[in-house]
Design a protein around this ligand. Structure first.
Ligand SMILES: Nc1ncnc2c1ncn2[C@@H]1O[C@H](COP(=O)(O)OP(=O)(O)OP(=O)(O)O)[C@@H](O)[C@H]1O
Length: 553
């Protein structure tokens, strides 16, 4: 059993009662069906022997067993799916927690469609394990044992044909185990790739239309669909082959059992019962073989989900927690950082301070390391050297960092919902109207914004994001190129409003506009991951004019 399958089997542990109900229902259905078959066979034997009376008791038993088998099968379907969906809901929760824990640092290399495939279709595949596999494997073993013991009691030789052939049936999925695994991996990978491309296509449909690239995209999707179809066909062909071999073995076993019964059972009236019991191992064996046929796909889906939920957090949780003082400042102390162990050092000993009540502008050429400073301040990563403090407390000792530091990011994400819901994202009880006023946005808070805010202009989206950050009332505000989408007039008005808001905050601005930088109390100039200069605007005017020579004012 692979670690991922073990982990999945363990997931049932939290739902013992549902699992036991599934097991009992399944066992009852299987044993009642076997009992009905044996009773029916006994009645046939009596008819063969010309002893057709008294059949009323046996007939009633048969009828009762058929009803019990049918009801138990119905009950089993219900509880098995209930169990499956309980476990799947739990797994989806775990996947969501994993995404939240490892975001955004460890998600950067993954496509959102790939994640959607893990959350949706991989987990859906696992439904098979919980609804149709675990309990069935256990009951199949029980029914096989009960049937075989009963057959042996009639005549021990009865087991000499069906039991070895049932064992052969069980080995069929093992013959092609490696192929099944490979096909399962390919199937899940092809599904994830197609999902990724479909999600990407839907998200980028405006660009595809504008650049007349829809046709090319359609061809790409057709290509990926063909890859998936090929993987499905190969998997189905192997499954079909296994099913055919299983059927063949069962037919041979049934014929052999028939001959054996004819040879060893001397009383014709007992022959039907002997036949049913001798063959009773074949049904469960075939059922298990059918379940194991799906092993490759199941294992591949389990591996993908397991990998995600066991990915460690990028930064350890806070420890030795300290309280952040009121009116905190932000201090970068000799901060060093590289994204990958073998990558270049992006920050090389960066030190600066953002005092409470002041606005500090972080400026520098593209790639100088400005956004990296923001990512570290939000603790998406921890620095390799040096430290960052908020209110005198190093970040790893701050619990609930989002209560102290809030951000207006470069790429704003608005959720489908109203303006108000988006503004209240981090503070469900906040006064959204007041935050919108501060962000200079005159808009109906009840207005739906559409998916990712498509019904708003770029400037409106930026201001909703600013209102969202202000609504949290976190004392440290980070504006990562927040006004890039506004025209000069709007930017000036918003800047005034933000200056008011900044009075009660420590504000770090990453700005590409000279006008924004001019308004800052202090400027830190980054060059290739180092602080090249810092001071007021007049002090740095010459260096900045050089840097901003080709940028808008
Ligand atoms: N996730 C990442 N993985 C690896 N390298 C990264 C990652 N993000 C940024 N970098 C690299 O780190 C360096 C600094 O990038 P950063 O985004 O901090 O610069 P920036 O000053 O904000 O640039 P810009 O003004 O263009 O946004 C760049 O060389 C960039 O390629």
């Amino acid at each position: 059993m692979t670690p991922s399958i073990r982990w999945l089997a363990g997931a049932v542990g939290g739902h013992r009662r549902a699992f036991v109900s599934t097991l009992v229902a399944n066992l009852l259905a299987q044993l009642a069906a076997l009992g009905a078959a044996v009773t029916g066979a006994w009645l046939v034997g009596r008819v063969i022997a010309g002893r057709i009376t008294p059949i009323d008791v046996a007939g009633a038993v048969l009828g009762g067993l058929v009803v019990v088998a049918a009801l138990a099968a119905w009950w089993e379907t219900y509880v098995a799916h209930d169990l499956a969906y309980l476990v799947l809901a739990r797994l989806r929760g775990q996947v969501f927690d994993a995404v939240a824990r490892i975001a955004p640092a460890r998600l950067l290399g993954r496509r959102s469609g790939d994640l959607s495939a893990a959350v949706l279709s991989d987990i859906e595949t696992l439904e098979w394990l919980f609804a149709h596999t675990l309990a069935q494997l256990i009951t199949a073993g029980t029914v096989l044992t009960v049937g075989s013991v009963a057959a042996a009691m009639i005549h021990p030789l009865l087991l000499t044909v069906s039991l070895p052939l049932a064992a052969c049936v069980l080995t069929v999925p093992l013959w092609l185990r490696k192929t099944s695994r490979r096909q399962g991996d390919e199937l899940r990978a092809a599904t994830a790739e197609l999902t990724s491309d479909v999600v990407d296509t839907v998200q980028g449909v405006r660009e595809l239309t504008a650049f007349r690239a829809l046709e090319r995209r359609r061809r790409l999707l057709a290509l990926k669909t063909r890859r998936l179809a090929r993987a499905q066909a190969a998997n189905a062909a192997r499954g079909g082959l296994e099913a055919a071999v299983t059927d063949l073995l069962i037919a041979v076993a049934a014929a052999g059992t028939l001959l054996l019964v004819a040879t060893v059972i001397r009383t014709p009236a007992d022959a039907p019962v002997a036949m049913v019991l001798a063959a009773s191992s074949l049904g469960p064996a075939a059922q298990v073989a059918l379940l194991l046929k799906e092993y490759g796909t199941l294992r591949a889906a389990a591996d993908r989900v397991h990998t995600l939920v066991t990915t460690p957090a990028n930064v350890p949780p806070p420890r030795e927690v300290e309280e952040v003082s009121a009116g905190p400042d932000v201090v970068f102390e000799d901060v060093r950082f590289r994204y990958a162990d073998d990558g270049p050092e992006v920050l090389r000993g960066v030190s600066f301070r953002v005092p409470y009540g002041k606005t500090v502008a972080l400026v520098g050429a593209s790639g100088a390391g400005k956004s990296t400073c923001v990512s570290l301040l939000l603790r998406f990563w921890d620095p390799d050297g040096g430290r960052i403090l908020v209110g005198g407390v190093p970040l790893p000792r701050i619990s609930g960092l989002h209560r102290h530091v809030t951000v207006v990011p470069q790429d704003v994400h608005l959720f489908a919902g109203t303006v108000e819901e988006n503004v209240r994202l981090g503070a469900p009880d906040a006064d959204a109207a007041s935050a919108l006023r501060t962000a200079q946005l005159t808009i109906d808070p009840e207005l739906p914004v559409g998916e990712r805010g498509v019904t708003l202009s770029g400037g409106q989206r930026a201001r909703v994001a600013i209102a969202r950050a202000l609504a949290t009332e976190a004392p440290v505000l980070v504006l990562d190129e927040a006004v890039a989408n506004l025209d000069t007039d709007n930017e000036a008005r918003l800047a005034e409003a933000l200056q008011e808001a900044a009075a009660g905050r420590a504000t770090l601005v990453i700005a590409h506009r000279l006008s924004t930088i001019r308004r800052a109390d202090h400027i830190v100039l980054l060059e290739e991951g180092r602080v090249a200069a810092e001071g007021s605007y007049p002090e740095l005017a010459e260096r900045l004019s050089h840097l901003f020579a080709r940028r808008p004012s």
